[in-house]
Design a protein around this ligand. Sequence first.
Ligand SMILES: Cc1cc2nc3c(=O)[nH]c(=O)nc-3n(C[C@H](O)[C@H](O)[C@H](O)COP(=O)(O)OP(=O)(O)OC[C@H]3O[C@@H](n4cnc5c(N)ncnc54)[C@H](O)[C@@H]3O)c2cc1C
Length: 194
Amino acid sequence: MEDRYKLIAAALGEERVKYDERLIHHTYTKLKSRAEIFYIATTLKELIAVLDLAYELKIPYLVLGAGTKYLTKRADIKGLVIKNRTTQIKIGAIKGKVSTSGLGIEEAQIEVDSGVSINKLNDFLYESGLENLRGISSSLSTVGGAIFLDSVLQAQASMIKVWDKGDIENVDILSLDKNKHVVLSVVFGVKARI
Ligand SMILES: Cc1cc2nc3c(=O)[nH]c(=O)nc-3n(C[C@H](O)[C@H](O)[C@H](O)COP(=O)(O)OP(=O)(O)OC[C@H]3O[C@@H](n4cnc5c(N)ncnc54)[C@H](O)[C@@H]3O)c2cc1C
């Protein structure tokens, strides 16, 4: 095994890093390939740490969301596959009117980790009295996978936090670049449900 892979395991935890991992259980499309080295990031901190390590050690990496886009057959994947299972959803700025019956929310900014599925985000929006995001992607796909393709999500994204070769930046949708950015989180502007 490559020494660089041993360094990854030493830094992230031997029990968290898998070798020659079958991706069939980590992809919606049941991809039959294997990853040389595999890690599941459950928080943004973990996602950033593993990306930084891969970058420093010059290990090729692939970020996997829900895996709804991969074909079932593909060559085994050289380097590191990072499964993005980040889960946080936070309500940020709120626009509304104060009346005698309290604060009526008209619109809210929702910051969503890139590993959250569209389904889970919509459950949260529903429970918060906000409109669903009716995108064109599979509802199983993650925000981080869908934002590159889904024009409906793109139209509601007011800010995107990305990792770019060790730097963390906020970009708008026009500056988002599939060839260099890993999406960490997205802020959506969402209206109240009528
Ligand atoms: C039933 C069904 C219907 C679909 N309909 C449509 C449709 O109408 N239009 C459409 O465009 N697609 C559609 N798709 C394809 C798929 O849902 C979308 O492309 C989706 O956005 C992929 O999200 P994912 O989380 O599954 O990404 P994955 O399949 O895991 O990854 C897709 C790509 O995004 C990259 N990626 C994933 N997460 C990140 C991240 N955080 N940062 C940077 N890159 C990342 C991956 O490396 C990969 O290149 C459909 C799929 C299904 C199963």
